[in-house]
Design a protein around this ligand. Sequence first.
Ligand code: ACO
Length: 311
Amino acid sequence: IEKSLEEAFEEKIANEVRIEPKDWMPEQYRKTLVRQISQHAHSEIVGMLPEGNWITRAPSLKRKAILLSKVQDEAGHGLYLYSAAETLGTSRDQMIADLHSGKAKYSSIFNYPTLSWADIGAIGWLVDGAAIMNQVPLIRTSYGPYARAMVRVCKEESFHQRQGFEIMMTLCNGAPAQKKMAQEAFNRWWWPTLMMFGPKDEESPNTEQSMRWKIKRFTNDELRQRFVDMMVPQAEFLGLTVPDKDLKWNEAKNGYDFGDVDWEEFWNVVKGNGPCNKDRISTRVKAHEEGAWVREAALAHAQKRAQREAE
Ligand code: ACO
């Protein structure tokens, strides 16, 4: 029986038929998805922190309202993604416990500090740009609930990216001090953004199998290359200099050659030793503990209502 189930699964994958929660799936496929989707959810939730840092200091009421709603969108993305992961049989409590204990990963990018208002522009433009590059293909990922969650997430991410680009445009067309602030933010965020795509293909233990199962549609290096090719003209348009002395157009490959990421820094951040890792986790744990009364109240309310309906 196991064999025919596996054959049916493989046939669906080959024919681009989505796998749904109640379908049979190999245990390793389930595990890979819980890992990737929960890490993705954690990234959205932790990703609220660096930007949340600027809500009270946004330069105008309009900027504040936009940033507030963007950060709220990220919370929404996290919740969809936890729901998608729950369809695979792991509870949200478990996933959150794994984040808080340091067992589960989240994107390295959110362990860097936001030092100036220009960082909010750079995050929207670069980090959300990288997120779109990575997530648009996930609309075609083989697991149904994950693919469907990505549709709305990507729509909202493109709005986020435009707002980031618009902040950068304003700064780059402003006073010399504003332009300088934009360039400094660009210098700080460029390399960490390239790290978001993950290790080089030959050092990525999960890519090969995830590509075979059509969980991933492109490899880490393929997406990183596309990202560089997309961003360089945008940086030129802004009048910013890409902080990479090895960046060079390569006619033969119809793309840019670019310098190597500092992989030591990448792994250091992934392992928990980046500039803000400890701070991010302790902020999340504190928020969770201080929010316990909300969860208890919601549960009590739900029980009361269920009881009333039963009477
Ligand atoms: N930050 C932290 N950890 C990373 C990163 C990163 N930028 N890149 C890779 N890793 C981890 C992987 O999670 C994996 O660890 P694990 O096996 O313990 O889970 C390990 O490094 C090796 O990497 P890969 O074999 O390349 O892992 P994978 O095939 O999962 O590819 C990738 C990594 C590209 C991030 C993939 O998981 C993915 O596409 N995820 C969905 C998108 C996402 O999570 N985006 C989050 C940031 S965008 C945002 O939320 C705004």
